[in-house]
Design a protein around this ligand. Structure first.
Ligand code: SF4
Ligand code: SF4
Length: 126
């Protein structure tokens, strides 16, 4: 009888996809109950990406048609996000591209299945 690996069947929660494309459902802080996730986190009012998406009614920057490339947006591609991206090797533009490709639900499922908060920098995706 085949055994089932729970990580292979994990279903994601689209409400835990942050406005910038990170998947809060796989974040250690969320899993420890220390953070409710980006959308519910009232302490995240400093974030321009979050405020911009909320003001426009977008689930994520993937819904935004203002820029051909999300990296052209100075709110999205700011100094802090580049520093964090470098330290944590996270590729947030790739997250947004993946959400555009498979939708927020499909993306949440993928990230939950792989237990990932973000796609990694420097990985080939073809
Ligand atoms: S960078 Fe902004 S949108 Fe992304 S998780 Fe943090 S607070 Fe949320
Ligand atoms: S890409 Fe920039 S302008 Fe568009 S929703 Fe995101 S932060 Fe706002």
């Amino acid at each position: 009888m085949a055994t089932t690996d729970p990580t292979q069947t994990a279903q994601g929660d689209p409400t835990l996809v942050a406005f910038c494309g990170l998947y809060c459902g796989a974040c250690p802080q969320y899993k420890r109950g220390k953070c409710p996730g980006c959308a519910e986190n009232q302490k995240a009012g400093w974030c321009k990406i979050r405020t911009c998406c909320q003001d426009n009614g977008y689930a994520t920057c993937a819904a935004c048609a203002q820029f051909a490339q999300v990296t052209d947006c100075k709110k999205f591609d700011n100094v802090m996000s580049r520093i964090f991206g470098f330290i944590f090797r996270s590729d947030r533009p790739a997250n947004i591209a993946r959400i555009k490709a498979v939708g927020v639900e499909g993306y949440a499922d993928e990230m939950a299945r792989h237990g990932r908060q973000s796609l990694r920098r420097g990985k080939r995706r073809d």
